[in-house]
Design a protein around this ligand. Structure first.
Ligand SMILES: Cc1cc2nc3c(=O)[nH]c(=O)nc-3n(C[C@H](O)[C@H](O)[C@H](O)COP(=O)(O)OP(=O)(O)OC[C@H]3O[C@@H](n4cnc5c(N)ncnc54)[C@H](O)[C@@H]3O)c2cc1C
Length: 310
């Protein structure tokens, strides 16, 4: 099927884009068009106006500031995957990006499109929640900031207003000093290039990476596709904080993640299976992040389908 007819707009500044959003009630932003194109071709969305934001250069940046790392909405998955700055400061993001679909989707798909789409299985929504991210939203009325945890409200439903766009995501630097922090984004996939059955995003900061048994000072864990929204699991974080990681604390964290998960069943993974996977991937992600924080090679886990070829 072909999309229904629409009027096409191609602004080159954020100001012009938000003017257009404000002017037209029935408008969709078009970023990488990797999801919107499919939805429109199947006429599940028939907007009267499409606002193509691909020429807005001011949305395409990665900035490591004194207090926060900020990433513009038009940064593509491939750029995130290959960014040395992000690999140094927020390695969870490149690890999440490199596991999205295949090269053609990663070459076009964007951070803003993924946050705008707000699929609870999406990689960046879980990263944003895990890392205490803030979403910077723009409209004709100015900028508004919303914490990632408050932004995702229900299944593919967000706090974004009709006349707003996502300008960027920022993540505070203070909780994640690279020399004492490990991060992990792990997915269970049936096959490369499919959406994951479930993913776990973890960040762990230790007190002394050179100690034999460093204690966890700060832990963050979020799951994708384990509920209607990206799910932060505070009970799991609490079980591993303020002590060295052990098999016992990891098992408690896994049980907390299984308890917290409220997944929808799918053709290849019913609810019970996904709850179990939530626990196991919480365990693996926390363990991997902890090992990376102290510069130790994490164990190889069985059962992951291969990653998409670069
Ligand atoms: C085969 C396949 C497999 C995939 N696998 C994964 C996966 O494993 N993990 C994953 O996370 N994603 C996956 N994706 C989705 C992919 O990441 C998409 O690129 C992404 O979800 C949408 O990004 P986009 O830039 O293409 O946005 P578009 O398709 O252009 O837009 C998507 C939605 O976001 C809105 N939007 C776009 N930009 C903004 C903005 N700045 N502010 C507010 N709203 C905006 C649009 O209006 C639209 O409603 C997959 C996609 C495909 C086709």
């Amino acid at each position: 099927m072909k999309p229904a007819a629409f009027e096409y707009h191609r602004p080159t500044t954020v100001d012009d884009a938000v003017e257009l959003l404000d002017e037209h009630d029935d408008a969709e932003l078009m970023a990488g068009n990797q999801s919107l194109g499919i939805v429109m071709a199947n006429r599940l969305a028939t907007p009267d106006h499409v606002i193509d934001v691909n020429r807005i250069d001011e949305l395409d940046y990665v900035d490591v500031g004194e207090d926060a790392v900020r990433i513009g909405a038009m940064v593509r998955h491939r750029t995130i995957e290959r960014s040395d700055l992000l690999a140094d400061h927020l390695p969870m993001l490149p690890e999440a990006a490199e596991q999205i679909a295949g090269p053609s989707v990663r070459n076009r798909g964007t951070l803003g499109g993924s946050i705008g789409e707000a699929d609870p299985a999406g990689n960046y929504p879980a990263v944003a929640v895990a890392l205490d991210g803030t979403l910077h939203l723009r409209s004709v009325d100015g900028e508004r900031e919303v914490s990632a945890e408050d932004y995702f409200i229900a299944y593919m439903f967000t706090d974004l207003r009709e006349n707003e766009l996502v300008e960027s995501l920022s993540v505070p630097r203070d909780p994640y000093p690279p020399e004492r922090t490990g991060m992990a984004f792990l997915e269970l996939k049936r096959a490369a290039q499919t959406w994951p059955t479930l993913s776990a995003a973890a960040a762990v900061r230790v007190d002394d990476p050179d100690a034999d048994d460093p204690a966890v000072e700060h832990a963050r864990l979020a799951l994708a596709n384990a509920a209607d929204v990206p799910l932060r699991v505070e009970a799991a974080e609490d079980t591993v904080e303020d002590a060295p990681i052990s098999e016992a604390t990891l098992s408690e964290a896994a049980a907390a993640a299984t308890d917290a998960a409220e997944p929808s069943g799918e053709m290849h993974a019913d609810e019970e299976f996904k709850e179990e996977v939530a626990g196991e991937y919480a365990r693996r992600a926390l363990r991997t992040a902890f090992d990376r924080a102290r510069g130790v090679e994490p164990p190889a886990f069985d059962g992951d389908a291969g990653r998409a070829e670069a």
